[in-house]
Design a protein around this ligand. Structure first.
Ligand code: NAD
Length: 476
């Protein structure tokens, strides 16, 4: 039922054949479900050589040709979504509806890039002198090295691949060893859609060893990483020291501001499933809830009641609304936030502990009476935990929301246009969603500011990180 796992280099799928292998676990059962082959140093060098060779022709391919491949990927992704989703639930843990939904949504990403890559325009700048033509050209940066994470294995990888492929770049992708099936399926989609050999290469291994090897190679001109702030800063520093471009999609700690004049029923109805989606292992997950005094008690009571009704279980079961944490190491990490909060006097109103038995299950958790400097309110929990605190004035809520070094997603609920405008302009974040939860769509830019990263994926900005600007001036 679970697919075989491969490397994909120069158009060839490669299996173990004596290579070092890593166990892949089902987080719902703790059982080993597959072996994942690691790339050898020779494999990495073959991938680099293949990507460099393929770039020489792919950079000259017409946007129409690239568009056709991306469109075909979208079509095949929709067809294969049930199988890809099932395997993703088995190695990552999220409920089946979320896994298949991720693949379906990502078909939109491939399609968006198929459309937008035909609109990568340059410009003509009027010259000061008769007979001079001044052109601005946008050219692919070259071979890219990308590192995608385990929380949205399909989504995070397809955004990077589609942007590189659409721009005329080639790529070596290291996917998430914890949840690899969706990325192997992606390589198969691009292969079947007719992507020429070497344009996309997929490798696995020890993350630090693979990233060192690829980033240090003079062949690689651009790095793209999605993951933790700590690792992102390290990779960005390395890329900068070698004067390579980088796009960084890093962690967040999304504030939610709920004003007295908000529709509380509607807000809670939206926020509870969104909070516990993918067991909270989402960089845009709402994590710090600032609720105005007048509606605080009602919001907390409703939020807690709905949280207690979230059905936790194996993602393959039809009634499951929240699966296990993706790795056993996350169970201790999430419990650490709750311990810290409790020692500082926080109150646990729902959940608060790992669920005994097999698998990495954790209770959907709500805490209140939190100190602003508790770990839960200052570090990204990346788990099924919501911290709720009160505020008096909107200025105070915005100040507290902005007090952390993160700036990825942020949310607010208010019935007033005046408040909405103050929030939209006052919050230091790459994305602000007011009175609904609308981000991460193919046509909208996704990215953070401050410690949350550099650059955007999606939207018409999506190719910016994959293109160089060249100025050509010519006297006839
Ligand atoms: P981690 O910091 O060890 O790893 C985070 C990601 O970076 C993983 O995908 C890992 O494979 C990769 N990675 C680690 N070291 C690397 C290196 N030297 N070179 C290249 N890639 C490397 O943490 P973790 O336990 O896997 O995840 C927990 C934390 O990661 C969370 O607290 C969260 O903040 C962050 N995270 C964020 C996202 C996101 O979407 N922004 C996704 C996954 C994890």
């Amino acid at each position: 039922m679970y697919p075989a796992l491969h490397l994909y280099i120069d158009g060839q799928f490669i299996s173990g054949d004596g290579r070092r292998e890593q166990d892949v676990f089902n987080p719902a059962s703790g059982q080993v479900i597959a072996k994942l082959p690691h790339a050898t140093t020779q494999d990495l060098d073959r991938a680099l050589a293949a990507a460099a060779r393929a770039f020489e022709s792919w950079k000259k391919s017409s946007p129409l040709e690239r568009s056709k491949v991306l469109r075909k990927v979208a079509e095949l992704a929709r067809e294969r979504a049930p199988d890809i989703g099932r395997a993703m639930t088995m190695d990552q843990g999220k409920p089946l509806a979320e896994s298949t939904g991720e693949v379906m949504l990502c078909a939109d990403h491939a399609e968006w890039h198929a459309e937008e890559c035909r609109r990568i325009y340059g410009r003509v700048i009027p010259a000061r002198m008769d007979g001079v033509r001044q052109l601005v050209l946008r050219e692919p940066v070259g071979v890219c090295a990308a590192f995608s994470p385990w929380n949205f294995p399909f989504n995070q990888a397809i955004r990077k691949i589609s942007a590189a492929v659409g721009a005329g770049c080639t790529m070596i992708l290291k996917g998430p060893e914890d949840a690899p099936s969706a990325v192997v399926a992606l390589a198969q989609l691009f292969h079947d859609a007719g992507l020429p050999p070497g344009v996309l290469n997929l490798v696995w291994g020890v993350p630090s060893e693979v990233s060192d090897h690829l980033i240090n190679s003079p062949i690689v001109r651009k790095i793209s990483f999605t993951g933790s702030v700590a690792v992102g800063k390290m990779l960005a520093a390395k890329a900068a020291s070698l004067m390579k471009r980088s796009t960084m999609e890093l962690g967040g700690h999304a504030p939610v501001i709920v004003c007295d004049d908000a529709d509380i029923d509607a807000a809670v109805k939206l926020l509870v499933p969104f909070k516990f989606r993918n067991a909270g292992q989402v960089c845009i997950s709402p994590t710090r809830f600032y609720v105005q005094e007048g509606v605080y008690e009602r919001f907390v009571a409703d939020f807690v009641a709905k949280t207690k009704a979230v059905k936790v279980g194996d993602g393959l079961h039809a009634d499951t609304r929240m699966g296990p944490l993706a790795q056993s190491r996350r169970v201790g990490a999430v419990a650490g936030f709750i311990d810290d909060a409790q020692t500082r006097g926080a109150t646990v109103l729902a959940g608060g502990a790992p669920i005994p038995g097999q698998g990495n299950f954790f209770e959907p958790t709500v805490l209140t009476d939190l100190a602003d400097d508790s770990r839960l309110m200052t570090e990204e929990p990346f788990g099924p935990v919501a911290g709720i605190v009160r505020f008096k004035t909107l200025d105070d809520a915005i100040r507290r929301a902005n007090s952390l070094p993160f700036g990825l997603a942020s949310y607010a609920f208010t019935g007033s246009t005046r408040n909405a405008q103050a929030i939209a302009s006052g919050l230091e974040a790459g994305m602000v969603s007011i009175n609904h939860l609308g981000m991460a769509l193919a046509e909208t830019p996704f990215g953070g500011i401050k410690d949350s990263g550099i650059g955007s994926e999606g939207g018409s900005e999506t190719f910016d990180g994959y293109l160089n600007t060249k100025f050509v001036t010519q006297l006839n």
